[in-house]
Design a protein around this ligand. Structure first.
Ligand code: 5GP
Length: 178
């Protein structure tokens, strides 16, 4: 892909490895949620590619909904309080919820979302994240389904951006300054 001036991309997780892993996750989720009323909740914007592939790898009738959140800023970053900027379209009553997230870093965002969704009438709430930077964790958050552990490096691609660029990249890449 063409990069911005001064940037070079280096593949960290290839599109082929992602495809294989997403298929495995899809099979596990299909078995675990068989007979249950499943809704996938994508956290925008970063999860849009992952949720599209994951939903098609799950062989069950399911619903898809989206939430968007934003951090309140530096002062509340450590408290993990986030603002919901786009709420769900549908009720969670009686549903089994699987939150689909691109990457877990400190865990603060997902911890807030997890707590919030558990209070909204769902039968169960679990988390599926494509990437996990375990060494960066500040708050324990259960990642029930995980794609890959990755080192503490800033990554882009497969939905992830830097200033809105590179979301359309098929691989997950490090951004190197050249
Ligand atoms: P946390 O609350 O776990 O610290 O942050 C999670 C969010 O930070 C992710 O949903 C993502 O938006 C952003 N983030 C964390 N690490 C990365 C990264 O390496 N690349 C990109 N593009 N976003 C990241």
């Amino acid at each position: 892909m063409r990069t911005a001036a001064g940037e070079r991309l280096e593949v960290l997780v290839s599109s082929q490895d992602i495809k294989t892993r997403v298929e495995q996750l899809g099979k596990r989720i299909s078995a675990d949620y068989d007979g249950k009323d499943l809704v996938l909740i994508g956290i925008l914007k970063g999860s849009f590619v992952f949720i599209a592939d994951l939903a098609r790898a799950i062989d069950l009738p399911l619903a898809v909904d989206f939430m968007a959140v934003s951090s309140y800023g530096m002062s509340t970053k450590s408290s993990g309080v986030v603002r919901i900027v786009k709420d769900l379209d549908n009720s969670l009553d009686g549903k089994h919820v699987l939150v689909v997230e691109d990457i877990v870093d400190t865990g603060l965002t997902l911890n807030y979302i997890y707590g919030h969704l558990k209070s909204r009438g769902a039968m169960s709430v679990k988390i599926c994240a494509l990437l996990d930077k375990v060494s960066r964790r500040q708050v324990a958050v259960p990642v029930h389904y995980k794609g890959f552990d990755i080192p503490d490096e800033f990554v882009v691609g497969y939905g992830l951006d830097v200033e809105e660029r590179y979301r359309n990249l098929p691989d997950v890449c490090r951004v190197m300054k050249s």
